[in-house]
Design a protein around this ligand. Structure first.
Ligand SMILES: Cc1cc2nc3c(=O)[nH]c(=O)nc-3n(C[C@H](O)[C@H](O)[C@H](O)COP(=O)(O)OP(=O)(O)OC[C@H]3O[C@@H](n4cnc5c(N)ncnc54)[C@H](O)[C@@H]3O)c2cc1C
Length: 297
């Protein structure tokens, strides 16, 4: 980077949050430079893995429900502007023994927030979705407004929208550090510096390093995602099943994506790492066995 340009805002990290922050700042007329150490979407970030669940009933906290509803409107608006389908509202099916604490907390969140969920018996689950053969004692709770997000499409289209709006996106360009004076911030790059009036740090798992003078309780956690090839691809097709969950460590899964398979993972659990630059252990039986146990049911 030979030319030293001054921007209204600089963004460190052009993943999920940073690529959309770039679009929103540019739409408001600011000059923006965005930097990423890789070229998102990539396999090293919090966004990696192609898809994410969009939930509305939120047992983790009632405050999330309104935010999730607003997020849904914003996903739809972004999709229209980008001309890409981002949020697939295929619904979400929670399965488990009736009264199981997680299932109950989803129902409680729905009741508290006046969201309509559909209660299904094991037989009804099977008749509607033959892919799911669950024990007779289990039941299903269906949230018709939930679904999944196409993460790669979201990041790709927000980045190209940002570029079209004049954002300078610097990919494969790690920011080594930054400092602030009274009237601007200065970013250190591998081959120079860039200055801006304001700085947005959306560095995901690396945020702790860039914010190390703030006492933020940030930890980096290793998470394992697995893809399975269904024996009957049709039964697991994107138009046949919703996003689904089982209560064991909140195991979740997505419809079959052609060429990828059925993605499944555990929402809870995982090992904390010292930082995001340490080598990450390859998945082993202790990661995969709990997911396989559900897949084999
Ligand atoms: C396994 C898993 C499953 C999840 N499931 C869901 C879900 O179902 N639903 C849901 O809503 N959320 C889910 N989340 C959370 C969601 O994916 C994240 O909240 C979101 O992707 C975070 O985006 P981000 O922009 O903070 O991070 P990222 O998308 O990782 O972006 C950070 C970017 O910063 C860049 N960067 C870092 N340091 C530097 C530097 N020094 N210089 C330049 N660039 C740098 C990185 O390369 C990266 O591209 C999940 C997360 C994980 C890990």
């Amino acid at each position: 980077m030979t030319e030293r340009k001054h921007y209204d805002a600089a963004i460190i990290g052009l993943g999920t949050m940073g690529s959309f922050a770039a679009v929103e700042l540019a739409r408001r007329g600011f000059s923006v430079a965005g930097f990423d150490r890789f070229a998102p979407p990539h396999g090293h970030g919090s966004h990696s893995g192609g898809t994410r669940i969009y939930r509305i009933a939120y047992p983790e906290g009632t405050g999330y429900v309104e935010l999730a509803q607003r997020a849904g409107e914003l996903w739809d608006e972004a999709a229209e502007r980008f001309g890409a389908q981002l949020l697939h509202r295929v619904g979400m099916l929670y399965m488990g023994p009736p009264g199981e604490p997680f299932l109950q907390s989803v129902q409680d969140s729905a009741t508290f927030n006046r969201l309509e969920l559909e209660a299904l018996s094991a037989g009804e689950v099977f008749r509607r979705y033959p892919a799911f053969v669950i024990p007779e004692s289990y039941s299903g709770l269906f949230d018709p407004k939930a679904g999944w997000l196409d993460v790669d499409a979201a990041i790709r289209s927000s980045q190209s929208q940002a570029t079209a709006l004049g954002v300078d996106c610097f990919l494969d360009q790690p920011v080594k550090g930054w400092d602030a004076t009274a009237d601007h911030v200065c970013l250190q790059l591998e081959d120079g510096t860039v200055t801006a009036q304001s700085l947005v740090i959306t560095a995901g798992a690396w945020a702790g390093k860039l914010l190390n003078d703030l006492p933020l309780p940030l930890t980096v956690r290793r998470k394992v995602i697995a893809w399975f090839d269904p024996v009957n691809t049709e039964l697991f097709g994107a138009d046949r099943i919703p996003v689904f969950t089982f209560p064991e460590n909140f195991i979740y899964g997505f419809p079959n994506m052609p060429g990828m398979g059925v993605k499944m993972a555990e929402n809870w659990g995982g090992v904390d790492l010292m930082d995001a630059d340490r080598p990450v252990a390859a998945p082993d039986a202790s990661d995969l066995d709990p997911i396989r146990a559900i897949e084999k049911r």
